[in-house]
Design a protein around this ligand. Sequence first.
Ligand code: ADP
Ligand code: MG
Length: 303
Amino acid sequence: MGSRTISHHALRQRSERYRYAGIMRDQAVNLHLSEAHSSLARVIAVTSGKGGVGKTNVAANLAICLAGMSKRVLLLDADISLANVDVVLNIRGKYDISHVINGHKSMTDIIQPGPNGVQVICGASGLDKLADLSDGEQRDLLGHLSKLQQETDTIIVDTAAGISRSVVSFCLASDHVLVVTTPEATAMTDAYGMIKVLARKRYQGPISIVVNMARDVAEGKRTYQRIADVARKFLGRDLYFAAVLPWDDRLCTAVRSRKPVVLAYPNAQISSSLAKLAARLSDARRDGQVSGSFFRKVVKWWN
Ligand SMILES: Nc1ncnc2c1ncn2[C@@H]1O[C@H](COP(=O)(O)OP(=O)(O)O)[C@@H](O)[C@H]1O
Ligand SMILES: [Mg+2]
């Protein structure tokens, strides 16, 4: 009787275990399916009209803040004319995508580890050649790049300045474009020029303005408002306000000592504003995203 009770009990336990395993398996399947739906990293392009407005610093520091929030982040330096990200993050970028294209390196060889576990692809000059590759080569490379997009949560693209074809292609392929400007009239005019091109090309994602080197928050907000008003009136586009970042000598000191400002001076206002922006970006729902493989779209817009 005792043993029957025990075996009954054991049976019940076993069936419970199976039921539990079944639930777990179903959950795993569900999880897998939901992951499959949202497995592509969100791509944020950091751009501007004018050079020297702070794109690289914004991109690198945002990447570090996002990585600090347990996001898997890839920082792609798409400025092929100037070495940038490697300087700000003190990374020795010996290899780039061109080395993958010519078959000398694999994708994992060219990714450099940055602060907080940010993965960095330095001065991606090879991306310039994507459009010139044969169909087979293009397919292979895009396969590698798309895999990267599946293995990260966010890709931050630091673009070159100006409205060249390659910069515009990167922006059009992104889920979100951050346009960096300063309160200076020329920077604002050039920022608007970039926004105009994106609007004309019917970019669907959100466009947000970061005002850098502002004397104070009021000046930064005025700068945003002026660009936003013109874009609304002449392009029928709403621009989002992303952040006002103050002029801060400590950023220059940080750059000179090759340390990102959010790590060198975490308590500076510029660092907390960057952290706040990163938090907002990471919270942002994926609404309005362009969706699909970023790198495939870069090539599509390029051609
Ligand atoms: N908020 C700021 N305060 C002070 N100097 C800044 C600020 N942002 C950028 N700078 C200066 O401008 C330089 C260029 O910044 P960078 O991020 O390389 O611009 P971009 O990538 O747009 O060319 C930096 O090295 C730094 O000296
Ligand atoms: Mg730059």
